[in-house]
Ligand binder design. Structure first.
Ligand code: ADP
Ligand code: MG
Length: 270
C-alpha cells in the first residue's frame, strides 16, 4: 500500500480512493405486480472492492444489479452510490457507473468502434478525436484494438465479452457492474475475464460488483462474496467461506448432488 496513504482516505482493497466510489444498500425490497423478488437486503461495498454476488438462477441477482445501476427503483429501502441515489438524473452526471450486460448487448449493425463511440457521441463527451482516443484506449486495455472495424457477429464469445467490458470503460467508470461476465465461456477464457476484472480494479481504480454463479471466479477475484437465495441475502463474507460452506443451502448450490436415477441422466448409465 502507498506509504502516503493516510487513515482518512485509505481503504484495505486497492488504495483506489481517488476514483472508486462506495455503494450502500439499505433494507431493499422489490416487488413486481405484488410478487416479491428481493426482500430486505442490506450490504455495503467499499471503494475499490470487488464484491461478488452469487446465487442460483432466479434468485434476484440481475434485479438487484438493476436497482444499483439506477435503471429501476426499489419498492422499499434505499440505495446510494457515493452517497447519491443512482436513479436520479443528476447522479448520472456526477457518478460514472457502467453495467456490463450478460449477453453483451452490442448492436450488430454497428462496428465495434461505433458501438463504443455511441454513448460518448450522443452525450457529446468530446470532439471526434477525443472520442477516438477514449475508444481506442478502452479497446487497448482489453487487448482487442484489432477488432475495432469488425462487426460484433464476427467475434468469438470471449472477444465479445472483452468488447462489452471495453464499452463500459469508455465512460471512465467509478463503479463497474458485471452481470454474469463468464457465462457461456470455456474455463480458459473465463479465467482470462477473471484476470481482466481484477486488473481493472487496480489500473483504473474502480469499484466492482460482479454477479456470477461461478465459484472459481469468486475464489480468484472477490474481496467479499454475498449469496442470494429466493431474493434474500443469506450470507456475506470472504471468498474462503465458499471452500467449505456451513450453510447447507450454499453447499448444495456449490456442490449439487446428481441423482443418476433421474431420467435426465439415463444416458450416463448406459
Ligand atoms: P437471476 O438471479 O437469475 O439474475 P433475476 O434477477 O433475473 O434472477 O430474476 C429474479 C426473479 O424476478 C425471477 O423470478 C424473475 O422472473 C423475476 N423478474 C425479473 N425481472 C422481472 C420483471 N421486470 N417483471 C417481473 N418479474 C421479474
Ligand atoms: Mg441474471
Amino acid at each position: 500500500m502507498d506509504s502516503a496513504c493516510c487513515s482518512k482516505t485509505c481503504n484495505p482493497f486497492t488504495g483506489a480512493e481517488a476514483n472508486a466510489v462506495g455503494v450502500h444498500v439499505d433494507k431493499v425490497s422489490k416487488t413486481y405486480s405484488g410478487v416479491s423478488v428481493l426482500s430486505n437486503i442490506s450490504f455495503d461495498v467499499q471503494p475499490g472492492e470487488i464484491f461478488v454476488l452469487m446465487g442460483p438462477s432466479g434468485s434476484g441477482k440481475s434485479v438487484l444489479l438493476r436497482q444499483i445501476a439506477g435503471l429501476e427503483r426499489p419498492t422499499a429501502g434505499s440505495i446510494t452510490v457515493d452517497g447519491q441515489d443512482p436513479s436520479l438524473e443528476e447522479t448520472r452526471d456526477r457518478v460514472r457507473l457502467a453495467l456490463v450486460f450478460q449477453a453483451g448487448a452490442l448492436f450488430n449493425s454497428l462496428s465495434v468502434y461505433d458501438n463504443l463511440a455511441l454513448y460518448p457521441r450522443e452525450h457529446r463527451l468530446g470532439s471526434e478525436a477525443e472520442i477516438r482516443e477514449r475508444v481506442m484506449h478502452a479497446l487497448q486495455i482489453l487487448s482487442v484494438e484489432k477488432a475495432a472495424s469488425k462487426l460484433p457477429s464476427d467475434l468469438s464469445g470471449g472477444m465479445k465479452k472483452r468488447v462489452s467490458i471495453a464499452r463500459a470503460l469508455v465512460i471512465q467508470p467509478q463503479l463497474l457492474l458485471y452481470d454474469e461476465p463468464t457465462s457461456e465461456l470455456d474455463p480458459v477464457m473465463a479465467a482470462t475475464i477473471d484476470e481482466i476484472i481484477a486488473t481493472l480494479k487496480d489500473e483504473i481504480r474502480v469499484t466492482s460488483i460482479v454477479v456470477s454463479h461461478d465459484r472459481d471466479l469468486a475464489l480468484s477475484i472477490a474481496d467479499r462474496v454475498g449469496f442470494l437465495m429466493d431474493g434474500r441475502l443469506i450470507h456475506i463474507g470472504p471468498p474462503s467461506g465458499l471452500k467449505a460452506p456451513e450453510d447447507p443451502r450454499i453447499a448444495d448450490f456449490l456442490n449439487p448432488k446428481i441423482d443418476i436415477r433421474n431420467p435426465r441422466f439415463k444416458s450416463l448409465e448406459a
